[in-house]
Design a protein around this ligand. Structure first.
Ligand SMILES: [Fe+2]
Length: 186
């Protein structure tokens, strides 16, 4: 089930043309913008890589029918799908922000009143599928977890990484980041 680093890169190259949710950009553009925002914010290579790979689960789902998912109000649980495939490749500092980036949206909607209003229509729609806004107890439990703060920052980059035709560095730019954070035993 594990992927090699070159298989992860080729997955982004081969399947990155899939539309990003209901937005006007594709998955690879979204991933590259997210990683670029993280790097420009001064994040560690681990968070830059987590930002690049946070939606890898979408690319691993073979036949995903977006319209059908919206209609039946299903949540695709993409934040969990990629983890078994990359667990042996990366440390927790990469894996945990990926795992928690959907819950981070539920957290931010509670603690930041302007955050919900700033979400796109598609993102508001998926919030309901993902369990809705956290209550106070749920939010406290969430933010107490290791890497929760990192996942909240990743979430903010994620939400901004939806600009059609934005110029950002290519995938090959991140080879050095990936090689820096990959587990040496992988
Ligand atoms: Fe995303």
């Amino acid at each position: 089930m594990s992927l090699t680093l070159s298989e992860v890169i080729s997955l982004l190259e081969r399947r990155g043309q899939i539309q990003y949710g209901m937005e006007a950009i594709n998955q690879l553009e979204h991933a590259l913008q997210c990683a670029d925002l993280a790097e420009n914010a001064g994040e560690t290579p681990e968070i830059v890589v987590a930002s690049l790979l946070h939606d890898l689960g979408h690319l691993l789902v073979e036949t995903r029918d977006e319209q059908q998912m919206q209609k039946t109000k299903q949540d695709d649980l993409h934040q969990y799908i990629a983890l078994p495939f990359i667990r042996s490749l990366f440390p927790a500092a990469v894996l945990e922000p990926i795992r928690m980036h959907v819950d981070a949206k539920r957290y931010l909607c509670l603690i930041d009143p302007s955050y919900w209003a700033s979400l796109s229509a598609a993102s508001k729609h998926s919030l309901e599928q993902q369990g809705g806004v956290y209550n106070v107890a749920e939010a406290s439990a969430f933010i107490a977890q290791p890497y929760a703060a990192e996942s909240v920052r990743l979430r903010r980059y994620d939400d901004l990484a939806k600009v059609p035709a934005k110029a950002v560095p290519p995938l090959s730019y991140y080879n050095s980041h990936l090689n820096k954070v990959v587990l040496k035993s992988a």
